[in-house]
Design a protein around this ligand. Structure first.
Ligand code: SIN
Length: 280
């Protein structure tokens, strides 16, 4: 069995086969996987029948764990979040608006790893947006305008007490709203990926509140122009899950959005993150 990387047509996303994630990864395999990940940004591994311990070993082979705020992790696996929506729930899916995980942290996670345990018969896909191509295809004048700008990120919309109340009751996951969610963090709008050195458009509609130094209306108008560009269909990968598929994406250059459309069915996933560094 040997590692096979099958990129999608436009190189954004690749399927990984010839590997068993229930076995130790080993240094050289981890290195090859990371190289594929830097290149394709979203890797998906079908048919990986793994348990929590395997998910932890795989995560540790990629890097140290990230910090999980505002969502209760599993009691006996403090780095794993159970992403669950029960059949009766009407609330929007967890992660159901475009975002990059925990972008309000000073050092947001580099990777998110998500493993599918129960996949509904319809809906429940995850969509990913390619921030690198979006940046490269921005018109030159706009690129020059935003190249040195910073944006203000915060967890307040989903995770302050007020923000959480607006979202409705999520009964199958324990969310922990807090006043900490009002804290803000500045990050560059155009981020350089620390490994591939490629520039990426790094803002998201959930956690990016404003552009530093602009008036409210100028900031709103520039952000909506940038989001409209970034979330065009041509930059989006629409991932259809199957039971036992594991996906690992790069939060330093990719936005994602969980899709609904499976009311009346259970969807159950397990998620870890890998620590990242301060964006520059
Ligand atoms: C997330 O935002 O991490 C959840 C993504 C998903 O469940 O598809």
């Amino acid at each position: 069995m040997s590692l096979k990387v099958t990129p999608r047509e436009n190189n954004f996303g690749a399927e990984i086969t010839g590997i068993k994630l229930c076995e130790p990864l080993g240094g050289s395999l981890a290195k090859k996987l990371k190289e594929a990940w830097y290149q394709h940004q979203v890797l998906y591994f079908p048919n990986q029948n793994i348990d929590h311990n395997h998910l932890e070993s795989f995560t540790e082979a990629i890097g140290p764990y990230g910090i999980e705020p505002y969502v209760k992790t599993l009691d006996d696996h403090p780095h794993i979040i159970e992403v669950r929506r029960d059949p009766h729930e009407k609330i929007a899916p967890f992660g159901g608006s475009w975002h990059s995980d925990w972008s309000f942290q000073e050092q947001p996670p580099s990777a998110t790893i998500l493993h599918a345990k129960v996949v509904p018969p319809i809906g429940g896909d995850t969509h990913f947006a390619d921030g690198i191509r979006a940046y490269e295809e921005l018109d030159e004048a706009l690129r020059a305008e935003i190249d040195e700008m910073e944006a203000i990120h915060s967890a307040r919309r989903p995770y302050s007490h007020e923000g959480y109340k607006l979202g409705g009751d999520r009964t199958s996951m324990t969310v922990l709203p807090s006043d900490d969610a009002y804290a803000t963090q500045k990050h560059p709008i155009v981020r350089t990926h620390p490994e591939s050195k490629r520039k990426t458009l790094w803002i998201n509609p959930v956690y990016t509140l404003a552009i530093d130094g602009l008036s409210d209306s100028a900031s709103k108008s520039l952000l909506s122009k940038l989001f409209e560009h970034l979330l065009q269909d041509e930059f989006i990968l629409k991932l259809k899950w199957a039971r036992d598929m594991l996906t690992m994406w790069d939060n330093r250059s990719v936005l994602h959005c969980a899709q609904g459309g499976y009311e009346g069915h259970l969807r159950l996933m397990h998620r870890t993150t890998v620590a990242g560094s301060k964006p520059f």
